[in-house]
Design a protein around this ligand. Sequence first.
Ligand SMILES: [Zn+2]
Length: 269
Amino acid sequence: MPDLLKTEQDGLTFFQSPQFLAYPQIRHGFFTRLGGVSTGDFASLNFRFTGDDHDKVMRNYAIAAHVLGYGENDIVRTNQQHTDCIEVVTGHPGEFCFAKEGAPVDALMTDVRGVVLTGFYADCQLLMLYDHKAKAIAVAHAGWRGVKNEIARKTIEKMSEVYGTRPRDLECVVGPSICRSCFETDDDVYQALCETYGEKISDFVYRQDEKWHIDLKNITYSSLISAGVPAYNIDISSICPCCGDRSLWWSHRRQGNARGVHAGMIVLV
Ligand SMILES: [Zn+2]
């Protein structure tokens, strides 16, 4: 389970998967707070329009896409609502857009070159997947509800259906996301995960001071392995936005809504 690498380029600081970097056919990045133009709680590379200046957020999209060699009009983004809705992008839309206007989309996939798939995180997991045989990419957003809904497994199944993806040809990376120490919950989250994973969930939780602590990173790792992805092909960031470097990360748990949101982008060159 190799960790991600820190990259500094054009004033941005972002993280990359060593496995993905072995493939010149794709470019990707998990962006930090640094390098954008937003101010205050949103300083500086914020991708959420709510509460922030629209033009500044658009500028942030352009800055991030540019570091991958693209522009804001190449971006197709999720509309994350903790669902298991997965959308297939079948053409280059030619403008900055949601994958499906007005509808929830928590995972996106494409085999179209030059489409910058963009998802968001601030504690939640953002997964990126690359089928190096079929030349297709995907992003998937997984908070605990996404983990309960098995969005990682469902995204792989959808890639198999659409692109003929074999799990053994997939490279997968999980970005910076909340750690088991910070992810403290009550019975409701534990029970919800039990409904999906049954007794296996006991391998990924511990009890402390009347609270559950749940290791979402390792649940996702286990789900990817169960789906048939080779262990060697999975990179998971050890970084937690909640207890990590505050100059780099926003955390929903630590800050509530007085914060920006991070983006991850991946594109087939
Ligand atoms: Zn933490």
